[in-house]
Design a protein around this ligand. Structure first.
Ligand code: MRU
Length: 355
């Protein structure tokens, strides 16, 4: 399995997702600013992977901050990482978890603070892999045997610390003995489907067919697609789902053609402070992602561009939300709250701590 985010020799090592599938390169981040640049620049992307990278970025910042300024530097580190991308709530969840531990450690020797912050970031990474496996186990039962699964963007090992959410469900279905193949939307403008989903499923030998985004309706109508499984960047308490731009169109087309539309995401992707998806901030990205592909212009100079990176799918189009705690169904206001309430927030064990 590909290693997306790693902590090696007090550095954060990321597979460069801007270069895949042409080159398999690894980027080594030696400071929290370099981690922030990597998140902003999509070297690492996908909501859970962004969260893990941010946690490691905080740990890296604490490791290198000069001791007398640690408290003030800590705020700068968190603010810098939080300002990278606005939509995936896992980023803020991970920073908040690191902040909680930091506050708990106040007054301890700096050498211990550094050690435990690093341990916490590594724990978040390990937990993410286990969470994806659990999502896979819960979701596998929903995937129809002998059918094609349509997915959008990349919600796989590359978007998490490993195994994936939506692709984790597909992997688990296959591991359980189901015969499943995958249709991957190319996912313009950044081509996460064509470049990343196809690449990572090929590594596992999972049969995968690439389609352009505008073909999804045709295949959903044809009866060939057994279900749709996608990931999420933020899920509001009513079950509205923010995910990669184009997800909403796929959901409406799935609904129109009676194809189940499943969302697979960890509990850390839930934002129960939001009443609906209307309140989810949508990242706007650079025009060049639309006018260019891999540095090559595909539109005339001076073209006016809109580039929202995400859209919101209303809960009424979502057949189920698959989490590590189980499967939520409508009404989501109740089911999501129930599943989220079952999560006990772990952190590293700090000797002498009784809270
Ligand atoms: O802009 P990206 O590539 O970070 O967007 C990724 C997605 O939209 C994924 O579907 C989502 O983060 C879920 S990843 C498990």
């Amino acid at each position: 399995m590909v290693e997306t985010v790693q902590w090696i020799d007090n550095c954060v090592v990321l597979i460069d997702q801007t270069r895949l599938p042409l080159e398999e390169l690894y980027v080594t981040c030696r400071s929290f600013q370099e981690v922030a640049d990597a998140i902003r620049g999509m070297v690492v992307r996908g909501a859970p992977a962004i969260g893990v990278a941010a946690a490691m970025g905080v740990a890296l910042g604490v490791l290198h901050a000069p001791e007398p300024d640690l408290d003030s530097q800590f705020e700068t580190i968190c603010d810098t990482l939080a300002a990278t991308r606005p939509t995936a709530v896992n980023l803020f969840w991970a920073i908040e978890r690191m902040r909680r531990l930091y506050q708990k450690l106040r007054g301890r020797p700096v050498v211990d603070i550094r050690r435990w912050m690093i341990e916490e970031a590594r724990l978040i990474r390990e937990e993410d892999i286990a969470i994806c496996r659990a999502i896979g186990r819960h979701g596998a039962a929903l995937v129809p045997d002998g059918r094609t699964v349509l997915t959008h963007c990349n919600a796989g090992a590359l978007a998490t610390a490993g195994y994936g959410t939506a692709l984790g469900v597909i992997r688990a279905a296959i591991e359980s003995g189901k015969r499943v193949d995958v249709f991957a939307d190319e996912t313009r403008p950044f081509l996460q489907g064509a470049r990343l989903t196809v690449w990572e499923l090929q590594q596992d030998g999972i049969p995968t067919t690439l389609i352009t985004d505008n073909m999804a309706g045709h295949f959903l109508k044809s009866g060939r697609i057994g279900c749709v499984v996608v990931g999420a960047d933020r899920i509001a308490s009513n079950g509205d789902v923010a995910n990669k731009i184009g997800t909403y169109s796929v959901a409406v087309l799935a609904h129109e053609n009676n194809v189940p539309f499943f969302v697979a995401a960890p509990i850390s992707t839930l934002d129960l402070t939001l009443a609906s998806g209307d309140q989810i901030p949508i990242e706007q990205r650079a025009a060049a992602e639309v006018t260019h592909v891999f540095g090559h212009a595909v539109a005339p100079d001076g073209t006016m561009v809109e580039n929202p990176a995400f859209d919101v799918t209303p809960a009424r189009y979502v057949s189920a939300i698959i989490t590590e705690q189980g499967v939520a169904r409508a009404p989501y206001t109740e089911s999501l709250k129930r599943l989220a309430g079952a999560v006990y927030q772990k952190s590293v064990t700090v000797p002498g701590d009784t809270t």
